[in-house]
Design a protein. Structure first.
Length: 397
């Protein structure tokens, strides 16, 4: 029997191909050697339950001919089962899957009727493989069908009813469990596709907004520059002073357009605390550092204050990842009430190598950025090991 699952070892980003997950996957053909190996090993684990037929071949008192035919039959059953589980895809016609299951069920019936009750366990594999290989609306009928075939065959096998109670529940529960797992994986994949689609739509909307903003910013300015350039060209031979005035106007318009574009670009590049918190968690985990960060940040802050704290968080986490050699990093973010008024406070501490804050590592730039909004930066070692950065920005009352 087999229980397979689609693993999500990493969080897929927008636009990532969700089919590239390398774990064992139900109803999907492996796409590379690693996936084939993992799925084969995972499936082979459950072949352990075939020990009863194997022991029966060895110690069941069968004739040499029966042992030979039984061994060949068991090998054929396992081979067909593996082909059914490993090669079946969601795109494969249902009739073809049903035909394969019929062959598997026929093998189980023939081996059970000819070799004895120990071989009834093969029907459990039939039920579970039907739950794994068929769509849920069909498997909900084939699983009970395989279980019923198990019961009928058990009644025809000598002393088969003694094994029936111990096989009915595994066949039913295993088969329906595979139906549930398959449905869960399908839902997970659909959710991932929906998330990727939403992210793609958001990116497209952002590109459209940027294009619209740039058009609004530059359309009028460029049109005016073009008009005044043509006008200055016509004035040059006879009215040089008027042409010079037009050139001066062109310079003024172009400078203002440059200012507008820079402000727009700065707005696009402005970091936010929720985004930087998510990025910091990803960077720390990727570097093998235990991350202790706020789960989320929903407090509203002025844009200048939030931008300054977000830049501070980015620089601090970058230093932890690159230079500290820390095993744990703690980030605190809060609004505190002081005698001078409310203050937004960001703290980043680690248990790394510590040491003095060296000039040129970005702290000078952070200090200047925080001072521009009336804030302050304190950074330094916390003992023999560890380093702490504390950024504070006052909030307007």
């Amino acid at each position: 029997m087999t229980v397979t699952s689609e693993t999500d070892a990493r969080h897929p980003t927008a636009g990532e191909d969700i089919q590239g997950v390398g774990g064992p996957r139900i109803g999907m053909r492996p796409e590379n050697r690693r996936q084939r190996t993992v799925k084969l090993l995972w499936t082979s684990l459950w072949l352990f339950y075939l020990s009863a037929p194997v022991i029966d071949l060895i110690r069941g008192g069968h004739s040499p001919g029966a042992r030979l035919l039984g061994g060949l039959g068991l090998a054929a059953f396992v081979a067909w089962y593996l082909v059914l589980v490993l090669r079946t895809t969601r795109q494969m016609p249902v009739r073809r899957v049903l035909l394969s299951l019929s062959v598997l069920a026929a093998q189980a019936m023939v081996l059970s009727l000819t070799l004895g009750r120990e071989w009834l366990v093969l029907f459990v594999y039939v039920a579970i493989s039907s739950g794994a290989a068929l769509p849920g609306e069909i498997a909900r009928w084939t699983v009970p069908g395989a279980t019923a075939l198990l019961a009928v065959t058990a009644m025809a096998v000598p002393d088969g009813d003694q094994y029936l109670a111990g096989l009915l529940i595994p066949a039913l529960m295993g088969g329906f469990a595979m139906i549930g797992v398959r449905a869960m994986i399908r839902t997970t994949m659909e959710l991932r596709q929906a998330r990727a689609t939403v992210a793609q739509l958001a990116a497209n909307e952002e590109r459209l907004r940027m294009a619209r903003d740039l058009h609004d910013l530059l359309g009028h300015s460029l049109s005016l520059i073009t008009l005044k350039s043509e006008l200055a060209g016509r004035m040059l031979p006879d009215r040089p002073e008027a042409a010079a005035q037009q050139v001066a106007d062109i310079e003024q318009v172009s400078r203002q357009a440059l200012v507008d574009v820079r402000e727009a670009v700065n707005g696009y590049r402005r970091p936010t605390l929720p985004g930087e918190l998510a990025g910091a968690r990803t960077a720390l985990v990727a570097a093998g550092v235990q991350a202790d960060l706020p789960v989320e940040w929903t407090r509203e802050l002025p844009e200048e204050v939030e931008s300054a704290l977000a830049w501070s968080l980015r620089e601090a986490v970058t230093n932890v990842v690159r230079h500290s050699g820390a095993r744990r990093c703690v980030v605190t973010l809060d609004i505190r009430q002081t005698l001078a008024g409310p203050v937004a406070e960001l703290g980043v501490s680690d248990d790394g190598s510590g040491g003095p804050a060296a000039a040129g590592n970005g702290l000078t730039g952070l200090t200047e950025r925080l001072e521009a909004v009336g804030g302050s930066l304190t950074a330094g070692p916390t003992g023999k090991t560890g380093f702490r950065l504390l950024a504070r920005v006052p909030l307007a009352l």
